[in-house]
Design a protein around this ligand. Sequence first.
Ligand SMILES: [Zn+2]
Length: 455
Amino acid sequence: MATALRTDIPQGRILIRGAHLLTQDDRLGDLFGDVLIDDGRILAVGPALDPTGATVIDGTNRAVLPGFVDTHRHTWQGAIRQVGTGWDFPKYRQHIQLTWGPQFSPDDVYIGNLTGALGALDAGITTLRDESHIQNSPEHTDAAIAALRDSGIRGVFAFGWPSIDSNKWMLRGEATHPEDIRRVRAEVLADDDALVTLQAMLRGPELSTLEVTTQDLALARELAIRSSMHVGNGPWGPQFHGIGSLGDAGLLGEDLLFIHCCTSDDDELKMLADTGGHASVSAAVEAVLPGLGAPATGRLLAAGIRPSLSIDTEASVAGDMFNVMRAALLAQNVGISIAPDTYESLPAFTPADLLAMATIEGARASGLDDKTGSITVGKDADLIVLRLDDANLLPANDIAASIVGAGHPGNIDTVLVAGQVRKHRGRLVGIDIDDIRRRAEASRDRLFSFDLVDG
Ligand SMILES: [Zn+2]
């Protein structure tokens, strides 16, 4: 990527001074003070820290939070973003799973992932679990990983399956997980302390079968990586009981992240809680895609699970966490209006709870809470600085409520990932946005030239 020359970018030892810190660290809570960063890590948090040797970022009228953690995004669809706003699942399947997915080249995957990751950084998402089901060849896989690395985001590459021959891989497909994940584990993403690490995106008992999932989970656990799977997907939840069938087989565990859980029943959520598993609510997609089911936020809380949040696909919804936080809140309160018997007894959640779900709970669900998810001394400096004096937020009467209720990516002034400034004064750093736009347009134009395939 061409690098725009900007000499005003803070680097090295950085002090964010005099800001509202929403730390998401239970011992610190919310406080007014400073954050000192050095060597990529948080060195100190507190009032009036010594600025010696540090570049100072003025925190006046600023809120500082840990970067958002998106626990589930099919990032490869970044350059076809919003094409399916308002689609139902059959339309999504026809366009993306049957028509465009098989036609994606490694270059399309690269620019899709780069576009998605940069959009995430711009929106204050510093950790992205890339649920990548575009492993059409090893070159596709390598292109996806290269784009995550080039973006500068903290990436979890969740290795999925090919987007070719959809009936083999999905809808109760009986193929087991692609063996190329062994090459990636051994040769590409062997280091679990790197900025981009490996996990597995498995299909699970609803998209494949319990027998397939048993083998796939054994492979992931042999490779010592965490796994995710989509469950509680509309009618398949009550039909196949993804979580329940894994629980009955003794396969649940702390290393598993279950995505959606919309139609997983309460007994399944209890099994998930009892085994230390994690959940990801994609409230915006769940609200916008007919038939997927209602966001399970309140039901998960009732079961004792604090969920993480995720975007899912930019083909259908915006790629920022503000939209997802608001969708979770809206869905819960629409539920009280239309199904009071179900929703009135569920735990309520506040804007502060939603910020925790969007940060520290995402880090826990990704197995990265030793590195990110809170403003804690010793963790990597994955931080965002929000302007509270922008026209849409001032005078910021309740900071958490203001951010959740009215925040948008344009309010994010500065983004740091492991102490590296990736957005500064409201603009992404070190990228040539015109070049990226041209490549995204070329990819989009090529994919849109194919005739639609009927399912
Ligand atoms: Zn998904």
